[in-house]
Design a protein around this ligand. Structure first.
Ligand code: FCB
Length: 451
């Protein structure tokens, strides 16, 4: 089958995030973030890795933008490090931090690439975490203030804005299970962290609009939840799980309500008024898609998640392995059709209330060989993106309004608790020399974009 033709104006992009690529954590007045703290705690991150140097993007952004220009992408999704701009999370703004993003944005514009900025890709200023982090309502207010500062400085050039990246992962991994910074394992008591991120999103959208910014959306992680069997118990477990990981984060934004009223009992504050703030009209909605999950009713002894980590006791569902699909080297099932299914479930649930969609992330980790003669053969990564784009095209053919696709990631980078072993990039990074080598997937993506 020849590669399908996407609609005119379809946006081809790649993505990254500040802590995963920048390094330079102590430079130009950057404050500490929860990830600096988390990485310093023994046993938290594979091999004791940290983002202190990462892909050294802070110093090499010109080289990286040149690679993006040659790749031919229409947009580059990056994140702005809150602790560079407001080192203590509130109060004084750090001009040198803002200057970095000003230079990056100018460099992108000069290369003809639309800047797409995430305001929060998980690097909460440590000073705010010390005051409760996202469990505290104040963090949402501080986030709105920070958004105003960035919007005023970059709003004339940034074309797409995403206040949040994947609030579900911050809530679950950061506050409920503790696999990610800030490493809290609060179970359902983590729900306020979801609510305050969503409130922060709403306040940030208001602040960005007030600063004259346009093209405002979100980058939210979603995927199908498959019941382990057709039994009523398994189906209802899957529905509960999907409410928690999908609709808890999309319904407030797109409908101004929570999917399960019993959840709101765990959320402090004026929830109804907050929901009105959260449901700011968006210009588009961004879906990060990696994989479906399968869950069954609790009671089968599955007290570990699919990656083997302990789950808190007493959950009304349990994850089951998806075994009938090939896996990436990270162990994630490769299910291209799951992307189309995700798009379909959004169309079904929200109908006319759904703004245009972008796929703001999709990608895979393979443990690529080192470059030989300037080449990194990574056919498996090509196959991944090829198959996901074909599935996405089928969804578009069915009538879905999907406007673009951002491959995760531009370059190899720091993969959170998994450190540097996982490689998601279209460009290989040798972390000893910081040499960049475009992989075969980079050349393939370039040819797709050029068509
Ligand atoms: C997503 C994150 C991104 C990256 C990919 C692999 O959940 O948004 O930062 O780590 O997973």
């Amino acid at each position: 089958e020849p590669f399908p033709t996407f609609p005119d104006g379809f946006l081809w992009g790649v993505a990254s995030a500040a802590y995963q690529v920048e390094g330079a954590v102590d430079e130009d007045g950057r404050g500490r973030s929860v990830w600096d703290t988390f990485c310093a705690e023994p046993g938290r991150v594979l091999d004791g890795a940290t983002g202190a140097v990462a892909a050294d993007h802070y110093h090499r952004y010109r080289e990286d933008v040149a690679l993006l220009r040659d790749l031919g992408v229409g947009a580059y999704r990056f994140s702005i490090a809150w602790p560079r701009v407001v080192p203590a999370g509130s109060g004084a703004v750090n001009p040198a931090g803002l200057d970095f993003y000003d230079r990056l944005v100018d460099e992108l514009c000069a290369a003809g690439i639309a800047p797409a900025a995430t305001l929060f890709h998980w690097d909460t200023p440590q000073a705010l975490e010390d005051a409760g982090g996202w469990l505290s309502r104040g963090t949402a207010q501080r986030f709105g203030e920070y958004a105003a500062v960035v919007g005023e400085r970059l709003g004339d050039r940034v074309r797409m804005w995403m206040p949040l990246n994947e609030p579900v992962v911050v809530t679950m991994f950061g506050y409920a299970l503790g696999h990610h910074a800030p490493g809290r394992a609060l179970g359902f008591q983590a729900l306020p962290a979801a609510h305050h991120q969503l409130l922060g999103h709403g306040l940030a959208v208001q602040a960005l609009r007030a600063a004259g910014c346009t093209g405002i959306g979100i980058a939210s992680n979603h995927g199908p939840v498959w019941p382990a069997s057709g039994s009523e118990d398994d189906e209802s477990a899957a529905e509960t799980y999907s409410a928690l990981v999908n609709w808890l984060f999309a319904d407030p934004v797109l409908r101004g309500e929570y999917p399960a009223p019993e959840l709101t009992a765990l959320i402090p504050g004026p929830v109804a008024a907050d929901l009105a703030t959260i449901a700011q009209p968006l210009d588009w909605f961004g879906v990060n898609y990696y994989r479906p999950t399968r869950v069954g009713a609790a009671g089968g002894g599955g007290e570990r998640d699919v990656e083997g980590a302990m789950l808190p006791p007493g959950l009304p569902f349990e994850p089951r392995r998806i075994t009938e699909y090939p896996l990436t080297d990270f162990g994630w099932p490769i299910v291209p059709e799951g992307l189309a299914e995700t798009v379909r479930m959004f169309r079904e649930r929200y109908g006319d209330a759904l703004p245009p969609l972008y796929i703001t992330e999709s990608g895979c980790s393979f443990h690529d060989p080192d470059p030989v003669d300037g080449r990194v053969p990574d056919q498996a990564r090509i196959d991944y993106h090829d198959a996901h784009l074909r599935a996405l095209h089928r969804a578009i053919t069915e009538g879905a309004d999907v406007r673009g696709y951002f491959a995760w990631a531009a370059t190899d980078n720091f993969e959170w608790a998994a450190g540097y072993r996982e490689r998601f990039g279209l460009v290989h990074v040798d972390y000893e020399t910081q040499r960049r080598t475009p992989k075969d997937s980079y050349h393939w993506y370039r040819s797709i974009i050029q068509r």
